[in-house]
Design a protein around this ligand. Sequence first.
Ligand code: UD1
Length: 417
Amino acid sequence: MKQMIIEGNNILSGTIEIGGAKNSAVALIPASILANGTSVIENVPNISDRDALLDILNILNCESNLKQDKLTIDTTKLKNSVIEESLSSRMRASYYFMGALLGREKFVEIYIPGGCNIGTRPIDIHLDGFRALGANITIEGNKYTLKADKLIGTDIYLKFPSVGATINIILAAVLAEGKTIIHNAAKEIEIVNVVDYLITMGANIEGAGTNEITITGVNELHGGKISVLPDRIEAGTYIILGALCGKDLKISNIIPEHLEALTSKLKEMGVNLIINKDNIIVNKVNELKPINIKTLIYPGFPTDIGQPMSVLLTKGNGTSLFEETIWENRMGHVPSLNKMGANIKVNGMNAIINGPTKLKGCEVIATDLRGGAALVIAGLAAEGTTIITDVEHILRGYENIKGKLTNVGAKIELKEI
Ligand code: UD1
């Protein structure tokens, strides 16, 4: 178990370089299975979710070679379609092996994925999509077996525009016979990144980034190449940190248009932001207005930035509302923030935040990835020492968080306990 110790209340300045998007990378790596050849993924973030996926590739007899952030995957010797629970349960996104292996091998056995405790996280929309393509699915306890003689393209309407289901159905459909049209598809930019990769492999896909995606099946895919797009959630977390304790803190290697839902809200609060072509410079200001945020599907305010944003809302001069609409359990960090001195009342999926309040360091627990990140930025803004336990949640999705923050003046220690 790891613990993070933060000495807070320092001004942070300098540059934080943003890495590749976790939510793209965790789909791009399994997507490589569909190619019968060697693929290259660049700008792969150095996070523990990456390592969990590489371990799965290994047992599938696919060779992977990682040189810094460049990952080469050779899938020509793929020979297994069974993923043990000890491997699949390390991360929820291992479910992308369902779509990829079903697509290539027409068979997969996998155990129900683990992941953050932010809601019940059903996968019924994924499974309905696979069934519509012709898969037969058996569920025994937490073991899922998916089989098909062949997959045949069809019209699939998603009851909710799920990111995971949209990608998983695309993965299963690229090698299917005929045309699949996904209606009410999710529009997240990470989906476009995955589709761009599949197109370099020879897939025929149109409409990624809109709510109707058309996949025309092809017989075979060859090796492809892609660069993981910048992580808008990592970027957003550090931009919020800059609003709490930055002095010309530069968040670089980003695509500012992907962050507009956040930056428009920060401007509404009165945060001092300079938005450039591929970076944002942010400064702490003394007076912040209270605002309301409501998380939505893309391009709305991202659910993954709601928890970090709630920390900034404790500094608003009055009452702010944080309304979560995607996950039932996004408020796991609130008891810790209140222990640090915040005044937040949770009512179901909403939080009422009264500010401004001073934050004071104390011992807190990371209950999930983004809630944990919220505690890191709260600790950096707080007076005194904050000790965060269960830091593994955070390391799943933030590459080199200690190094990146230390570089800009933060005092952070990571300790094995
Ligand atoms: C992805 C992101 C996650 C982000 C979320 C929403 C990855 C690896 N993770 O998660 O960081 O918070 O998008 O932007 O990309 N749902 C169902 N049935 C399903 C699937 C989803 O009911 O089969 C519901 C979920 O319970 C949730 C909503 O749909 O309420 C959104 O889920 P989804 O878009 O699928 O999120 P993930 O892809 O799991």
